[in-house]
Write a protein that binds this ligand. Structure first.
Ligand SMILES: NC(=O)C1=CN([C@@H]2O[C@H](COP(=O)(O)OP(=O)(O)OC[C@H]3O[C@@H](n4cnc5c(N)ncnc54)[C@H](O)[C@@H]3O)[C@@H](O)[C@H]2O)[C@@H](O)CC1
Ligand SMILES: [K+]
Length: 491
């Protein structure tokens, strides 16, 4: 699990670290770590540090200060360092340090001449334009330099974050750096975990600046495959179909029978103890042949799934309202999302909108949701009183009244296809039926689907993906058992 904090909270951590030890010079520590990473890149890319040519792009804040002090350290190791101020007034002490070490400060040029300042034969550039004090988007003169570096295939090491991205939302609304490496100080920033900024960071090197922790901070926690393997509710030796969980599926319609079938595949192959199908007649007909283990009719269930492939089902709102009265946890997907009760749901219910569906629930544009998925998921949870799994390039789980969120393991974009959501809804309902709390169910379900999809080299239909999830779970279960054994033998 990797945890990022919003910029506001990172500033609090910095202040606390400075208050705890006023003599600890954070900028020097940051610059030292940055210089070491740049040196490592130079060795890797050209075999030596000495004699390399490095261009520093410098903005007017402390991010530029980090780059200048790092440049001074590199210049002392025989690197030809040139600093190009592109925004604001460069950090004065940083400039002086670079000059003393033999680095050159280039004259800022007019907008249309900026790109010419990138020296031929430049081995690497350091992006010290903007850090956590930056607003997203870069002026044209900086974009021109970036284009030139890109044309010359000069790799960029970003200081703290790639300049131009929105550190908190992960949005990239204008020109921004695409880094080969990002050297991140003190704590991870949300843009390292949220697309499209995440893909701009390249390899991320986290530098520990001795920041403490504070339980009041907002955490953006991204699951990894180890978390998925550890937290999945595998059956134990004494498990029965009821302890594993009975999933009720009310999905599909005569117009969209496939949705019910796909949801049932998701539930069965994610390991439901039993799947009880309440969906459309047309879905039942096909299901009986495809999955003979499904049962029909009323009976005990531990979690429900509503909404996938309902189309314009007229009694949908009543079905959901009745489901809420039973007190059982449930997933509401797709067409069910337009039939939520005015009084809201419950935090034990998981709704699974994509950006367009969440935008409709919030009465805003899809673009607004896509440009700030964490913020939009929060608003969705607060509006519906349900736990929200927002699907998309970055899959976010938010709970009503809670600021911290979970982010699922990222997967390939091939999962963005009709039918994936139905399978995912079935997987999540299985987790709820096994007693997993809604937020964790959303994050684990989306992660399983992503990890499964990553095992295919290209597109794969959703029902095949569901089937393969069972193989992935088997492998993850062995890994978790191995990790638990190793842990046990250590203690
Ligand atoms: N505060 C600390 O304790 C530490 C800070 N460090 C560095 O300091 C950085 C933050 O420094 P700052 O707070 O000075 O902020 P930045 O260096 O990110 O830049 C802020 C400056 O850029 C201007 N600016 C912001 N967005 C702009 C835009 N889109 N176009 C043009 N100008 C823009 C602002 O007006 C301000 O002058 C961190 O990211 C990190 O690199 C590190 O040295 C580690 C310790
Ligand atoms: K930067």
């Amino acid at each position: 699990m990797q945890t990022a904090y919003p910029v506001h909270d990172i500033r609090r951590l910095e202040e606390a670290a400075i208050a705890a030890d006023p003599r600890h010079d954070l900028m020097q520590a940051a610059a030292g770590a940055l210089a070491a990473v740049v040196a490592g890149e130079l060795v890797e890319r050209r075999g030596a540090v000495y004699g390399a040519r490095v261009l520093l792009l410098i903005g007017g804040g402390n991010n530029g200060g980090d780059a200048l002090f790092a440049g001074a350290l590199l210049a002392r190791r025989g690197v030809a360092v040139r600093a190009l101020p592109v925004l604001g007034t460069p950090h004065p002490a940083g400039l002086a340090a670079l000059r003393r070490a033999g680095g050159r400060i280039l004259e800022p040029l007019a907008v249309d001449e900026q790109a010419e300042t990138v020296p031929q034969g430049c081995d690497l550039a350091v992006d010290g334009v903007l850090g956590i004090g930056g607003r997203p988007g870069l002026p044209d003169r900086v974009a021109a330099v970036l284009d030139r570096l890109n044309d010359l295939r000069v790799p960029i090491v970003a200081v703290d974050l790639p300049s131009g991205v929105d550190a908190d939302t992960g949005a990239v609304p204008g020109a921004a750096v695409t880094a080969a490496v990002t050297v991140s100080f003190g704590a991870a920033k949300p843009c390292q975990l949220i697309e499209p900024a995440r893909s701009r960071c390249g390899r991320v090197v986290d530098v520990d600046l001795g920041f403490g922790h504070d339980d009041r901070l907002t955490r953006i926690s991204a699951l990894d495959e180890d978390d998925l393997a550890r937290d999945w509710p595998y059956p134990g030796v004494t498990s029965s179909k009821y302890t594993r969980g009975v999933v009720g599926i009310d999905a599909g319609s005569d117009s969209y029978p496939g949705a019910g079938i796909l949801a049932a595949h998701g539930a069965v192959y994610a390991g439901a103890g039993m799947v009880r199908f309440h969906g459309a007649e047309e879905s039942r007909r096909v299901l009986t042949g495809a999955l003979p283990n499904i049962v029909y009719g009323d009976g005990r269930v531990q979690a429900m799934l509503y909404g996938s492939g309902w189309g314009d089902r007229p009694d949908g709102a009543d079905v959901i309202a009745h489901g809420l009265e039973t007190g059982l946890p449930a997933v509401v997907d797709a067409d069910g999302l337009q039939r939520l009760p005015a009084g809201g749901l419950s935090p034990e219910w998981l709704i699974t909108p994509h950006a367009g569906e969440l935008a409709r629930l919030l009465g805003c544009d899809r673009g607004e949701v896509e440009s700030d998925p964490v913020g939009a998921a929060h608003r969705g949870a607060d509006r519906t009183h349900a736990t929200v799994l927002l699907k998309g390039a970055t899959q976010v789980v938010a709970r009503p009244g809670r600021r911290s969120v979970l982010i699922a393991v990222p997967g390939p974009a091939w999962t963005a296809q009709a039918g994936s959501g139905d399978v995912l809804a079935g997987i999540c309902a299985t987790l709820l039926a096994a007693g997993v709390p809604a937020a964790r169910a959303g994050a684990l379900g989306a992660s399983l689907q992503a990890v499964t999809a990553a095992e295919f080299p290209g597109p794969v239909p959703p029902h095949r993906l569901a089937e393969h999830a069972a193989t992935v779970l088997g492998r993850l279960g062995q890994r978790a058992a191995g990790a638990a054994d190793r842990e046990g033998s250590r203690s």
